[in-house]
Design a protein around this ligand. Structure first.
Ligand code: RP5
Length: 161
Protein backbone atom coordinates (compact mmCIF):
# COMPACT_ATOMS: atom_id res chain seq x y z
CA UNK A 1 0.00 0.00 0.00
CA UNK A 2 1.20 3.54 -0.82
CA UNK A 3 2.52 5.69 2.00
CA UNK A 4 -0.03 8.18 3.23
CA UNK A 5 1.26 11.73 2.87
CA UNK A 6 -2.00 13.68 3.17
CA UNK A 7 -4.30 13.87 6.15
CA UNK A 8 -7.78 15.31 5.75
CA UNK A 9 -9.22 16.27 9.11
CA UNK A 10 -12.52 17.93 9.94
CA UNK A 11 -14.30 19.17 13.02
CA UNK A 12 -17.47 17.15 12.59
CA UNK A 13 -19.21 14.48 10.56
CA UNK A 14 -21.32 17.37 9.21
CA UNK A 15 -18.19 18.74 7.47
CA UNK A 16 -17.70 15.59 5.41
CA UNK A 17 -20.01 16.61 2.55
CA UNK A 18 -17.69 19.58 1.99
CA UNK A 19 -14.39 17.88 2.75
CA UNK A 20 -15.20 14.97 0.46
CA UNK A 21 -14.47 17.39 -2.39
CA UNK A 22 -10.82 17.41 -1.27
CA UNK A 23 -10.78 13.62 -0.96
CA UNK A 24 -12.30 13.24 -4.44
CA UNK A 25 -9.55 15.37 -5.99
CA UNK A 26 -6.88 13.33 -4.19
CA UNK A 27 -8.52 10.14 -5.47
CA UNK A 28 -8.55 11.49 -9.02
CA UNK A 29 -4.84 12.25 -8.77
CA UNK A 30 -4.09 8.88 -7.11
CA UNK A 31 -2.80 10.45 -3.90
CA UNK A 32 -3.18 8.19 -0.86
CA UNK A 33 -4.79 9.96 2.07
CA UNK A 34 -6.53 9.40 5.38
CA UNK A 35 -9.67 11.07 6.72
CA UNK A 36 -10.37 11.74 10.39
CA UNK A 37 -12.84 13.65 12.54
CA UNK A 38 -10.72 15.77 14.88
CA UNK A 39 -12.49 18.57 16.75
CA UNK A 40 -10.61 21.41 18.42
CA UNK A 41 -13.39 21.74 20.97
CA UNK A 42 -14.99 18.31 21.31
CA UNK A 43 -11.86 16.13 21.01
CA UNK A 44 -8.88 18.34 21.90
CA UNK A 45 -6.75 15.37 23.00
CA UNK A 46 -7.26 13.75 19.60
CA UNK A 47 -6.14 16.99 17.96
CA UNK A 48 -3.00 17.10 20.10
CA UNK A 49 -2.11 13.47 19.39
CA UNK A 50 -2.68 13.93 15.64
CA UNK A 51 -0.46 17.01 15.51
CA UNK A 52 2.23 15.49 17.73
CA UNK A 53 2.58 12.31 15.67
CA UNK A 54 2.02 13.76 12.16
CA UNK A 55 5.70 14.16 11.19
CA UNK A 56 6.72 10.75 12.50
CA UNK A 57 3.82 9.12 10.65
CA UNK A 58 5.09 10.56 7.36
CA UNK A 59 2.37 13.10 6.66
CA UNK A 60 3.49 15.97 4.41
CA UNK A 61 0.32 18.03 4.12
CA UNK A 62 -2.71 18.37 6.37
CA UNK A 63 -6.03 19.65 5.00
CA UNK A 64 -8.17 20.85 7.89
CA UNK A 65 -11.80 21.89 7.49
CA UNK A 66 -14.08 23.35 10.12
CA UNK A 67 -17.05 25.66 10.42
CA UNK A 68 -18.24 28.37 12.80
CA UNK A 69 -15.63 28.93 15.51
CA UNK A 70 -13.21 27.10 13.24
CA UNK A 71 -10.15 26.70 15.43
CA UNK A 72 -9.02 23.30 14.11
CA UNK A 73 -6.69 24.43 11.28
CA UNK A 74 -4.94 27.04 13.41
CA UNK A 75 -4.54 24.77 16.40
CA UNK A 76 -3.14 22.05 14.15
CA UNK A 77 -0.69 24.56 12.64
CA UNK A 78 0.45 25.40 16.16
CA UNK A 79 1.18 21.75 16.88
CA UNK A 80 3.04 20.66 13.73
CA UNK A 81 5.35 22.24 11.15
CA UNK A 82 3.64 20.25 8.38
CA UNK A 83 1.85 22.70 6.04
CA UNK A 84 -1.80 23.09 7.03
CA UNK A 85 -4.35 24.02 4.38
CA UNK A 86 -7.50 25.40 5.97
CA UNK A 87 -10.99 25.01 4.53
CA UNK A 88 -13.72 27.27 5.93
CA UNK A 89 -16.88 25.17 5.95
CA UNK A 90 -20.06 27.07 5.13
CA UNK A 91 -21.92 27.52 8.41
CA UNK A 92 -25.69 27.78 8.76
CA UNK A 93 -25.85 30.97 10.83
CA UNK A 94 -23.23 33.12 9.10
CA UNK A 95 -22.70 31.37 5.74
CA UNK A 96 -19.07 30.57 6.50
CA UNK A 97 -17.77 34.10 6.96
CA UNK A 98 -17.26 33.19 10.61
CA UNK A 99 -15.30 30.08 9.54
CA UNK A 100 -13.19 32.11 7.10
CA UNK A 101 -12.29 34.75 9.64
CA UNK A 102 -11.52 32.11 12.27
CA UNK A 103 -9.07 30.37 9.95
CA UNK A 104 -7.45 33.17 7.95
CA UNK A 105 -6.40 35.63 10.65
CA UNK A 106 -3.52 33.66 12.14
CA UNK A 107 -0.93 35.45 14.25
CA UNK A 108 2.54 35.90 12.78
CA UNK A 109 4.55 32.69 13.11
CA UNK A 110 1.87 30.06 12.59
CA UNK A 111 0.44 30.22 9.07
CA UNK A 112 -2.57 28.40 7.68
CA UNK A 113 -2.97 28.43 3.89
CA UNK A 114 -6.63 29.40 3.78
CA UNK A 115 -8.91 28.42 0.91
CA UNK A 116 -12.27 29.80 -0.18
CA UNK A 117 -15.45 29.03 1.76
CA UNK A 118 -17.16 25.72 1.02
CA UNK A 119 -16.92 23.11 -1.72
CA UNK A 120 -14.67 25.05 -4.09
CA UNK A 121 -12.28 25.72 -1.22
CA UNK A 122 -12.18 22.04 -0.31
CA UNK A 123 -11.51 20.99 -3.91
CA UNK A 124 -8.78 23.60 -4.16
CA UNK A 125 -7.28 22.31 -0.93
CA UNK A 126 -6.89 18.94 -2.62
CA UNK A 127 -5.24 20.61 -5.60
CA UNK A 128 -2.96 22.66 -3.36
CA UNK A 129 -1.87 19.51 -1.53
CA UNK A 130 -1.20 17.87 -4.89
CA UNK A 131 0.88 20.85 -6.04
CA UNK A 132 2.99 20.70 -2.88
CA UNK A 133 3.63 16.96 -3.24
CA UNK A 134 4.27 17.30 -6.99
CA UNK A 135 7.36 19.40 -6.25
CA UNK A 136 9.11 16.16 -5.23
CA UNK A 137 7.16 13.67 -7.33
CA UNK A 138 7.55 13.90 -11.16
CA UNK A 139 4.84 11.29 -11.88
CA UNK A 140 2.34 13.20 -9.77
CA UNK A 141 3.43 16.44 -11.45
CA UNK A 142 2.50 14.90 -14.80
CA UNK A 143 -0.90 13.80 -13.52
CA UNK A 144 -1.56 17.25 -12.09
CA UNK A 145 -0.55 18.95 -15.36
CA UNK A 146 -2.87 16.62 -17.27
CA UNK A 147 -5.71 17.35 -14.82
CA UNK A 148 -5.24 21.09 -15.29
CA UNK A 149 -5.04 20.76 -19.09
CA UNK A 150 -8.25 18.73 -19.13
CA UNK A 151 -10.05 21.38 -17.09
CA UNK A 152 -8.88 24.12 -19.44
CA UNK A 153 -9.92 22.07 -22.48
CA UNK A 154 -13.42 21.58 -21.02
CA UNK A 155 -14.14 25.32 -20.94
CA UNK A 156 -16.13 26.37 -24.03
CA UNK A 157 -14.99 29.42 -25.96
CA UNK A 158 -18.48 30.84 -26.32
CA UNK A 159 -21.50 30.86 -24.02
CA UNK A 160 -24.70 29.15 -25.12
CA UNK A 161 -28.34 30.11 -24.43
C1 RP5 B 1 -17.50 22.83 13.96
O1 RP5 B 1 -18.83 23.07 14.24
C2 RP5 B 1 -17.49 21.79 12.89
O2 RP5 B 1 -16.36 21.95 12.10
C3 RP5 B 1 -18.76 22.03 12.12
O3 RP5 B 1 -18.52 22.75 10.93
C4 RP5 B 1 -19.59 22.89 13.08
C5 RP5 B 1 -20.92 22.25 13.41
O4 RP5 B 1 -20.69 20.96 13.91
P1 RP5 B 1 -21.94 19.99 14.21
O5 RP5 B 1 -22.75 20.66 15.27
O6 RP5 B 1 -22.70 19.82 12.92
O7 RP5 B 1 -21.31 18.70 14.68
O8 RP5 B 1 -16.82 22.35 15.08
Amino acid sequence: MADIHVGIIMGSQSDWATMKEAADILDELEIAHETRIVSAHRTPDRLWDYGKTAVARGLRVIIAGAGGAAHLPGMMASKTRIPVIGVPVQSRALSGVDSLYSIVQMPRGFPVATMAIGAAGAANAGLMAAAILALQDPALAQRLDAWRDALSASIPEEPVD
